[in-house]
Design a protein. Structure first.
Length: 255
């Protein structure tokens, strides 16, 4: 039986996700697979290139990491990043180069991943909850004035219990029962949202719907990092005094 020719690189993923936000791993796992085409050619090696900006990625410059040539004919591959220490809240671009036994070389499309807040001391603000246990959903809200044109914005939402983020009337969560449950004495998970298109210059309404889930005393921690077109930044965080809360019409929401 002849060899199979591999003609394209598919399913570029980081930690099992396509172009994810909020990667909280210093050595994230990159994966891909290869489509099969005509017979007659066999993969000889691959190379992983990770870049800090899109222009470098287009020029095949791996300033964050370049694995060099790795001998392998496996059409399905998982590879842990081993390059320069990843920076928090930073977007990285990556691609794969494949070489074949006849000398032919192909490149994948450029994929990306964006890190979350990799160090606990980067979190600002305070945990907010209610003074007494409540089995229903509690609604928290604040308004925020932004005086410049927005280039990009990310929201990081941690919770003991389940939490939904709302910006100017739009629900940002794409799933339910988020973040996932954990032993809150050991670890609390958080969500990352791209809210660039949800915020606006001028007044903004920011809300969190907090559900107790498995927590006896639910609470949340929110941090929004905004970058303006003049490269200045502003953070919006959960803190005492700025937020108001009321009980929602949902009076029972437990697991």
């Amino acid at each position: 039986m002849g060899c199979i020719m591999y003609i394209s690189i598919l399913n570029m993923k980081c930690e099992g996700l396509v172009n994810p936000l909020g990667i909280d791993n210093f050595q994230p796992r990159l994966s891909w697979k290869i489509s099969q085409g005509q017979r007659g050619l066999k993969q000889d090696s691959y190379r992983v290139i990770v870049s800090t900006d899109l222009d470098k990625a287009k020029n095949k410059i791996g300033d964050a990491y370049d694995s060099g040539v790795i001998r392998s004919c496996d059409p399905f591959c998982y590879y842990n990043y081993k390059g320069e220490p990843l920076q928090s809240a930073t977007k990285y671009y990556w691609q794969v180069e494949l070489a074949f036994q006849n000398g032919e070389i192909i490149f994948s499309d450029i994929a990306s991943f964006e890190t979350g807040l990799l160090h606990p001391d980067l979190w600002q603000g305070r945990w907010l909850g209610t003074p007494t246990s409540n089995p229903g959903v509690i609604l928290f809200r604040k308004t925020q004035q932004l005086g410049k044109k927005i280039a990009s914005a990310r929201a990081y939402l941690a919770a003991e219990g389940f939490a939904e983020l709302w910006i100017n009337g739009t629900r940002l969560n794409t799933g339910v029962l988020e973040p996932i449950n954990s032993d809150y004495n050991k670890q609390v998970y958080y969500l990352t949202f791209d809210i660039t298109k949800n915020l606006q210059t001028g007044n903004n309404a920011i809300g969190v719907a907090l559900n107790p889930g498995w927590s006896a005393h639910p609470k949340f921690l929110l941090q929004i990092n905004v970058t303006f077109t003049d490269n200045t930044t502003q953070s919006i965080v959960s803190e005492f005094g700025d937020w108001v809360f009321i009980s929602s019409p949902i009076t029972l929401a437990t697991l």
